[in-house]
Design a protein around this ligand. Structure first.
Ligand code: CMC
Length: 431
């Protein structure tokens, strides 16, 4: 028998259906709450609101579990790579040899940025914030490829395979171009090589001399991107779904996701972590001052890279990335003082009651910056790398919205807390 929950309001009883997910997650179905009772559910920040049913990623924050399409993140990080995981996240199954060949082929075929699009870069100052540039250049894909971005779900889904591959590949190329542009270097066209090697090649090769990529560098970049591939209904992914729910095309929706990711509490946190570690290093502090400031409760002095909106145990990605960080630094023979500071900070915070009682543990961003630094990626590119990694998750979520025949436009309600009705007074009477 279907489960229900009883709700008593103003002496009347209502029955709310219960939805149970495939992993046993339970939700009260409040879709008819307002129509039946006149009440809405209040949930500032949506922390208790299931905004959709999704078959992409399962996340259990209390137990530190993350699975894509059923596969544990630990297994994917160990055995898969970014491109294969991207396929899994988007299409729901690990690819066959043939599917993998076709998908990789599309990524390689659509990696280049046409001269007309290259010209867009010239319109920005050299020191423009990279995420602002990325979001607007990705939005411009809808203008450059209008046949793939019609704002008609049926037509856009018919072209989805091409648009998705283009988006993943070109966001990566645009990211590399941003780096070159900001450093006054010319565009390096992509080569017919694997995804991560190509990113490093486009960033670091000189026009006539190829950057030789060490295998451990490619592996570390693959792990980093793979760990970011999707993360359920976070701020940027929900933004992509929300924009997509208006039938906006894939590229436009991705651009909105990039804007959401740019904030320091979301994708910008990896940059903030590096600034924090660098300040500790420059001040010859052991982190005590930062920990004390973080405990003040002020949002502006939080310990960056700590805490998570849903992980209240540990972030499984942080464990993998902490290990990957150690591995790549050892293999490359790098002795980064910031790694020692990060480890000290982690140890100190994990012994401190303030952090323990609030269940604040390191998140994925705590160590990702140190890896990127070891790969030669500058701090202002960190969130761009996060965006390249997250593209498959955004794309998969957009597709779920577009393909849902019963989908509605996202339109939350609010509890109005402003002035009650009052009458307009002409300016002369307002004093
Ligand atoms: N340092 C110090 N105190 C913190 C921190 C922190 N990093 N994070 C949360 N708190 C405190 C907060 O002040 C509050 O204390 P109190 O109960 O006394 O008011 C309590 O912990 C709960 O905080 P919250 O704001 O309710 O937590 P949240 O779940 O809404 O916020 C967060 C999650 C990630 C925005 C927050 O932990 C934070 O700002 N962390 C630092 C930024 C960061 O590392 N962000 C990257 C997140 S991982 C990347 C991703 O997946 O997007």
């Amino acid at each position: 028998m279907a489960m229900t929950a009883q709700l008593k309001l103003d002496d009347k009883e209502y029955s709310l259906p219960v939805i149970v997910g495939t992993e046993g997650e339970k939700a009260l179905d409040t879709r008819k709450l307002r129509a039946d009772t006149g009440y809405i559910a209040y949930d500032q920040g949506y922390g208790n609101t299931g905004s959709c049913e999704s078959a992409i990623t399962y996340l259990d924050g209390e137990n530190g579990i993350l699975r894509h399409r059923g596969y544990p993140i630990e297994q994917l990080a160990q055995h898969s790579n970014f491109v294969e995981t991207a396929y899994l996240v988007i299409y729901g199954e690990l690819p066959t040899v043939e599917q993998r060949k076709v998908f990789s082929g599309r990524l390689r075929q659509h990696a280049a940025i046409e001269p007309q699009m290259q010209a867009i870069f010239q319109g920005y100052p050299k020191d423009a914030p990279p995420m602002a540039m990325l979001s607007s250049i990705v939005a411009s894909l809808a203008a450059h490829y209008p046949q793939l971005a019609t704002n008609d779900f049926e037509k856009d889904l018919a072209n989805f395979d091409l648009a998705a591959a283009m988006a993943i590949s070109k966001i990566r190329t645009i990211g590399a171009m941003l780096y070159r542009y900001q450093n006054g270097l010319p565009y390096v066209p992509p080569k017919d090589i694997p995804f991560c090697d190509n990113l490093l090649h486009m960033m670091f090769s000189e026009l006539y001399q190829d950057y030789v990529v060490a295998p451990e560098v490619t592996r570390a970049l693959n792990t980093l991107l793979l760990l970011h591939a999707d993360h359920e209904q976070n701020c940027s992914t929900s933004t992509v779904r929300m924009v997509g729910s208006s039938a906006a095309n894939l590229f436009t929706s991705l651009s909105a996701g990039i804007c959401a990711l740019s904030g320091p509490l979301h994708g910008g946190a990896n940059t903030a972590v590096m600034h924090m570690l660098q300040s500790i290093h420059d001040e010859h502090d052991d982190g005590t001052r930062f920990i004390a400031a973080a405990k003040s409760g002020s949002k502006s002095s939080r310990l960056m890279g700590f805490g998570h909106a849903v992980y209240k145990n540990f972030d499984p990605r942080a464990k993998i990335i902490g290990q990957a960080c150690d591995d790549v630094l050892t293999k490359l023979g790098i002795n980064d003082p910031l790694l020692a500071i990060a480890k000290n900070l982690e140890q100190a915070a994990l012994k401190d009651d303030y952090f323990l009682s609030r269940k604040l543990y390191p998140n994925v961003d705590f160590y990702s910056g140190i890896i990127m630094r070891a790969l030669g990626i500058p701090v202002n590119m960190f969130t761009i790398i996060f965006a390249i990694g997250r593209a498959p998750g955004w794309i998969a979520n957009w597709r779920e919205v577009a393909a849902n025949p019963k989908g509605r436009i996202y339109r939350p309600r609010q509890v109005y807390a402003g002035p009650v009705k009052r009458d307009y007074r002409p300016i002369a009477q307002r004093g």
